[in-house]
Design a protein around this ligand. Structure first.
Ligand code: NAP
Length: 310
């Protein structure tokens, strides 16, 4: 009897990665703020106030500033923008910062970046009092963040989690995946994204590898990651073939190519392998803004508690 070759079953198409919707999460986080803002206004007669120092101008940064102001208005947070010209000297900028530091009505202070080249971000940032450091960028805050062993130590230590790092963790939380014992790989070691994310994942008991431009064989590290965080600012650096199947990919990369914004991950190939993937735009970005507003309300709550306890 002639036996026909068994017909191969059609190969199942791999499911596309689930998108991690930053806009929806940001909305949920922002929706929780007006009640806290109203409670503060009742307690101390004033809404929280965020002061923004903007020196010179840069188009992506201006768009980001507008979106922050709009979100603050919607949440009931007062804002003041202190605009200085591109030619501002360090001593002129420090006068404004020192005034804001002393002003009892100001709960949070942020400095827009990029700064004109004559200004040193570290020296300006150092004048922000830690209790008003709502972006978590001062060295005092950074030290407290890295002194923490567990997430609970952050609140007791009065830490402000840097906003993009907070956004990465918030989006990871929405997957329901517990980082404990997982392999986490962070690409990028800046003070505002890569390093704080690595520290937070360590506090959550993940085993963390921090990669940078001197890392030998980036792909070999990335392939081990159950959780991958990208913060390199290099569009297309991470391809689907580098990923472990089913992993969570959180892409903070935000690079403008003309009017198009690109992440570090090649979304087309990555979505065929990853289990979860943040879109760019619409992933980490909107949650970062929500985290800034949440930190501003937290600063106001902490300052009010201290004032009432004094
Ligand atoms: P950064 O200060 O320029 O740091 C980039 C980091 O990536 C550095 O540590 C660098 O390594 C590493 N890196 C660059 N190319 C690499 C490569 N080919 N392989 C491995 N590592 C590489 O940037 P950042 O301020 O952290 O920002 C990173 C990205 O996140 C940018 O696209 C930025 O726009 C974006 N971002 C987004 C938000 C948001 O709200 N969504 C907020 C902040 C930043 P070395 O240290 O060796 O140079």
């Amino acid at each position: 009897m002639k036996r026909g070759r068994a017909k191969a079953a059609p190969r199942a198409k791999p499911a596309a990665a689930r998108p991690l919707d930053g806009r929806a999460l940001a909305k949920a986080l922002l929706d929780a703020l007006p009640a806290r803002v109203a409670a503060l206004a009742d307690q101390r007669g004033e809404a929280p106030r965020l002061a923004i120092l903007a020196i010179g101008s840069d188009s992506p940064s201006e768009a980001y500033l507008k979106s922050k102001l709009q979100s603050c208005r919607a949440a009931g947070i007062e804002t003041s923008v202190h605009s200085l010209p591109r030619t501002t000297t360090e001593s002129e900028a420090l006068v404004v910062l020192d005034d804001l530091a002393k002003n009892a009505q100001v709960d949070g202070i942020i400095i827009e970046v990029p700064l004109p080249e004559q200004l040193d971000a570290r020296r300006l940032t150092a004048r922000i009092p830690p209790e008003k450091d709502v972006e978590g960028v001062t060295e005092r805050n950074f030290g407290r963040l890295f002194a923490a062993r567990k997430m609970a130590d952050l609140e007791s230590g009065g830490v402000f989690v840097p906003c993009t790092a907070a956004a990465v963790l918030r989006l990871l939380e929405t997957t329901g995946i517990d980082p404990r014992g997982k392999e986490a790989v962070v690409v990028g070691r800046s003070n505002i994204v890569g390093k704080p994310v690595a520290q937070l994942l360590t506090c959550l008991d993940a085993t963390v590898t921090l990669c940078h431009t001197r890392t030998k064989d980036l792909a070999a590290h990335v392939r081990r990651a159950d959780i991958l965080v990208c913060a390199a600012g290099k569009p297309g650096l991470i391809k689907g073939r580098m990923l472990k199947r089913g992993c969570v990919v959180l892409d903070a990369g935000t690079t403008y190519e003309g009017n198009v914004v690109k992440g570090d991950v090649d979304a087309a190939s990555a979505s065929r392998v990853a289990g979860w993937l943040t879109p760019v735009p619409g992933g980490i970005g909107p949650v970062t803004t929500a985290a800034l507003l949440a930190n501003t309300v937290l600063a106001a709550e902490r300052r009010t508690r201290e004032r009432l306890a004094a």
